[in-house]
Design a binder for this molecule. Sequence first.
Ligand SMILES: Nc1ncnc2c1ncn2[C@@H]1O[C@H](COP(=O)(O)OP(=O)(O)OP(=O)(O)O)[C@@H](O)[C@H]1O
Length: 277
Amino acid sequence: MHPPLALHAERLTKRYGRRTALADCDLSVPRGHVVGLVGPNGAGKSTLLQLACGLIAPTSGTLTVLGSPPAADAAHLARVGFVAQDTPVYPSLTVAEHLRMGAWLNPSWDSTLARRRVDEVGLDPAQKAGRLSGGQRAQLALALAAAKRPELLILDEPAAALDPLARREFMHGLAGFVRELGAGAVLSSHLLGDVAQVCDHLVVLCAARVQVAGPVPDLLATHHRTAAAPAGAEVVWAEPGRVVVRGPAVRDGAPVTLEELVLAYLSRAATRPAVTR
Ligand SMILES: Nc1ncnc2c1ncn2[C@@H]1O[C@H](COP(=O)(O)OP(=O)(O)OP(=O)(O)O)[C@@H](O)[C@H]1O
């Protein structure tokens, strides 16, 4: 029997009043991968991640996380770590108090890992979280989520507030955690360099729909750039002098980068009519 998927969505739809954030999304993400969720502002990334954490409920369709409905019970909640977009912390509590609270709230808390991580990223245990910089807060939030030893880490633009060097270290730390925990991760990001650095699986979301999803090596192997579309090829995006096609290698074709691939799907989606009710 196959282990349950990290995420599995069927016709997943979420509406906020008249606004459709996700429309009939089908998605299967295997376990143990680091998944990059990319898409423009308003694409529905946070909505998908909040649905996966059980913070909001779908309008229709289904979503399972590690084989169960999101936040099905306390045991399931413990298997999923979440770092929200604004990396919320308690401003009046110190770093050390956050770790103590984590230990108190989580049965599977790994205090050695938490302390080691706080130490590695140079956080002062006595510092109040309200006085941390945005980047330090993100590091604390990642340490708290990882010390739960979750099977799946869900991160909504976790490194948005970090400077380039801190971001690289954060991503490096994230990749290390995932390996150490034997976990999977899903992270949304606008930074394709970050995604290319740590993600081995890609989901492109645009205009409330999944545009393309799959293992990064497979996607890169099945997309090519050419100067002009060959007859019969599936064209993802064409502009003067540059065509991205999907399928077997084409004569005179060149490999695409992750960035080209993402931009091709985003450009294609942007030219289609928006989803309305
Ligand atoms: N609580 C809410 N009430 C009403 N509309 C909402 C709410 N949350 C999100 N939306 C709408 O749903 C759509 C998707 O929003 P979402 O935050 O999921 O996008 P996103 O891809 O995470 O965007 P960003 O990259 O800007 O963070 C947007 O049109 C947004 O305005």
